[in-house]
Design a protein around this ligand. Structure first.
Ligand SMILES: Cc1cc2nc3c(=O)[nH]c(=O)nc-3n(C[C@H](O)[C@H](O)[C@H](O)COP(=O)(O)OP(=O)(O)OC[C@H]3O[C@@H](n4cnc5c(N)ncnc54)[C@H](O)[C@@H]3O)c2cc1C
Length: 381
């Protein structure tokens, strides 16, 4: 076992660090203020191979390992969490299409997604089906050689901006997970429209939108995998997504910590830098310790995914621990800055607002604990 990055991993991290410093960090505040979705940055990320990170090279991807992916997300999130989240969702669906799609489907969509010509979104949740996602009710009825979709989906990251939507819908009535299938719906399909855009606490530059299907007919060739495989595809996509969210949380926490440490060394009260007070030293020491523990757990989960070893439990552990840590660290970073932390002159208030959702999406942290307990104890009825 060794704890240093190899040369290739360091190169990837350094490349994304430079990109973030030049293209993301300087704009993060204004994107947040103006709810601006920076599509142009996604085009630039495609130039670095970041839009096809889990896609084989023959389909235009860069096929990074999950560990290399974690380094990418951590660096991007230091600049701005929302863009890193949008990229993670895009890669989740690009990777799932490469993995579960047939050759014709890969040729049709994967290369264009990996090269950034198309943007992807992932749609599982509904108003009545959040944590209990398997109870979703959006219908997909087979009529001749088409599926006809009816129903609403909620909370879709990249919603409205994306060109390709990976949609889980019920092809068999009832409540069973085995009745769910997975479909690609393209943006301009008749009968497919967008509902409300959510007004959120944070993550302002990442649009979260409702999808509406009203007799939306899509060709049978848009079904990914077999009928009834949709929920399995969704869960498998989420394993990777959860490691990405863990890495993003590490990046946000690290950036908040760096701001707090620098501020604590400069700010003078009672004739001394506030960092000289043990009350703050212990706070900063705990923050650093928990960030490091999160990082190691995220890297381990990424490794487990790369080597296919009980990855679901590790992905849940990494997502849960790293996002709980990031919430604590960003909150404490605001505390270290005092009043300056509560206003927009420093990025820590945005980081605290942004990172809250990481404890909620891709399965809440209560659900992650259920996944971990089930892996440890079995499915107790
Ligand atoms: C900004 C944002 C972006 C999102 N992006 C996407 C996306 O791109 N695609 C997508 O499909 N979804 C997306 N989501 C949806 C997200 O995954 C859900 O919000 C999440 O799964 C929780 O579902 P819910 O909001 O319905 O909460 P609920 O399921 O109603 O949960 C409410 C509370 O009850 C708790 N709870 C529920 N069941 C249990 C249980 N069995 N034991 C203990 N506690 C429990 C939860 O942990 C939570 O605290 C997004 C959400 C947000 C806010």
């Amino acid at each position: 076992m060794q704890f240093d990055l190899n040369e290739e991993q360091s190169d990837i991290r350094d490349m994304v660090r430079r990109f973030t410093e030049q293209e993301i960090t300087p704009h993060a505040e204004s994107w947040d203020e103006n709810y601006h979705f920076p599509r142009e940055v996604y085009t630039k990320m495609a130039g670095l191979g970041l839009m096809g990170m889990t896609t084989p090279e023959e389909y235009g991807g860069s096929m990074l390992s999950r560990l290399e992916g974690a380094l990418v997300y951590e660096e991007l999130a230091k600049g701005e969490m929302a863009t890193a989240v949008g990229l993670s969702v895009h890669n989740m669906i690009t990777g799932s299409l490469a993995r579960f799609g047939n050759e014709e489907q890969r040729q049709r969509w994967v290369a264009r997604l990996a090269m950034g010509e198309l943007l992807g979104a992932f749609s599982l949740s509904e108003s009545g089906a959040g944590s209990d996602a398997a109870s979703l009710q959006c219908r997909a009825e087979l009529q001749n050689d088409s599926y006809v979709l009816n129903g609403n989906k909620l909370w879709v990251t990249n919603g409205g901006e994306a060109d390709i939507y990976l949609v889980m819908a019920r092809s068999k009535p009832g409540k069973a997970a085995g009745g769910i299938s997975c479909f690609v719906v393209e943006k301009d399909t008749p009968g497919f429209s967008f509902g409300k855009t959510e007004r959120k606490m944070g993550l302002h530059s990442s649009p979260t939108r409702e999808l509406i299907f009203d007799n939306c007919a899509i060709p049978i060739t848009n079904r990914i995998g077999e009928e009834g495989q949709g929920f399995k595809i969704a869960l498998s996509s989420l394993d990777g997504g959860r490691v990405n969210i863990g890495a993003i949380a590490v990046g946000v926490a690290q950036a908040a910590f760096d701001t707090a440490r620098q501020y604590a060394r400069q700010r003078q009260q009672f004739g001394r830098p506030i960092a000289a007070f043990q009350g703050l030293q212990f706070l900063l020491a705990d923050m650093a310790m928990k960030i490091e523990a999160s990082r190691l757990l995220v890297y381990e989960a990424a490794y487990k995914l790369d080597t296919e070893q009980n990855a679901r439990m590790y992905a849940a552990m990494a997502k849960c621990f790293a996002t709980d840590t990031a919430m604590e660290v960003t909150t404490n970073a605001v505390q270290v800055l005092g009043g300056a932390g509560y206003v927009r002159d420093y990025p820590v208030e945005r980081m605290m607002r942004d990172v809250k959702v990481a404890q909620i999406f891709e399965g809440t942290n209560q659900i992650q604990r259920i996944v971990i307990a089930r892996a440890l104890l079995g499915d107790l009825k």
